[in-house]
Design a binder for this molecule. Structure first.
Ligand code: DX5
Ligand code: ZN
Length: 218
């Protein structure tokens, strides 16, 4: 059964507490937190102070997606802020293997994210150490983009690879997921579904979240 990780990128930050409560009531399993530095991606979002505050008001695990250059500089800060999963991009660091070990040394789950153009093979020598693979189905940086159809095949291949090697890896899909395509994405083998704009565009966040949960739980 797939799980749901709503992305707060499209939330109303002035109402963050009540928005998170609605996501929880609707059945969110994780909270997906998109950290952007205006360098690795052309947009700036938020950092550790916000995550620290969120940690105090929720028991949901925090799924932190770092879209920042040289993430090794900040891993400890995100662990201290309360991250339960930290996902980095391979292109953002010279020493991906070392960053994965660093994340795991804090007892936090380590993920690597693949941009739409990044080949699955790039994970060949680190895959045995991973807790999560995050497949980007849009180019990272912004919410509200359209799902790139070519990525369906990458999801399928990643599922096959994880199953073939009997790895204990969560397969997360992020970007352009909507009520009308989420079922297909789960059927391709995704375990953890990120949804941003298609939840927050609805004024009834709780109902919208529960609609996603119903589809992905069946
Ligand atoms: C994009 C982020 C996503 C984004 C998803 O760089 O990683 O998590 O918030 O938003 P939607 O669901 O609107 O594509
Ligand atoms: Zn994300």
């Amino acid at each position: 059964m797939a799980k749901l990780s709503p992305s707060l990128l499209s939330a109303n930050f002035a109402e963050l507490k009540s928005e998170i409560e609605k996501l929880e009531k609707g059945g969110a399993d994780y909270l997906h937190l998109d950290v952007m530095d205006g360098n690795y991606v052309p947009n700036i979002s938020f950092g550790t102070p916000i995550i620290k505050s969120i940690k105090k008001i929720t028991t949901l695990p925090l799924d932190v997606h770092l879209m920042i250059d040289k993430p090794e500089r900040y891993i400890k800060d995100f662990v201290d802020a309360g991250a339960d999963i930290i996902t980095v991009h391979g292109e953002a660091t010279i020493h991906l293997h070392r960053v994965i070990q660093l994340i795991k040394s804090f007892g936090v789950k380590a993920g690597v994210s693949l941009n739409p153009s990044t080949n699955l093979n790039s994970l060949e020598y680190v895959i045995d150490d991973l807790d999560l693979i995050l497949i980007m189905s849009v180019n990272p940086g912004f919410g509200g983009q359209s799902f790139i159809p070519a990525i369906k095949n990458k999801i399928k291949l990643t599922r096959e690879l994880i199953d073939e090697k009997s790895l204990n890896i969560i397969l997360e899909v992020d970007g352009g997921v909507k009520l009308d395509n989420v079922k297909e994405i789960v059927d391709l083998g995704a375990d953890l579904i990120v949804v941003g704009s298609d939840i927050f565009k609805d004024s009834n966040l709780e109902l919208r979240t529960s609609q996603f949960k119903t589809i992905i739980s069946n």
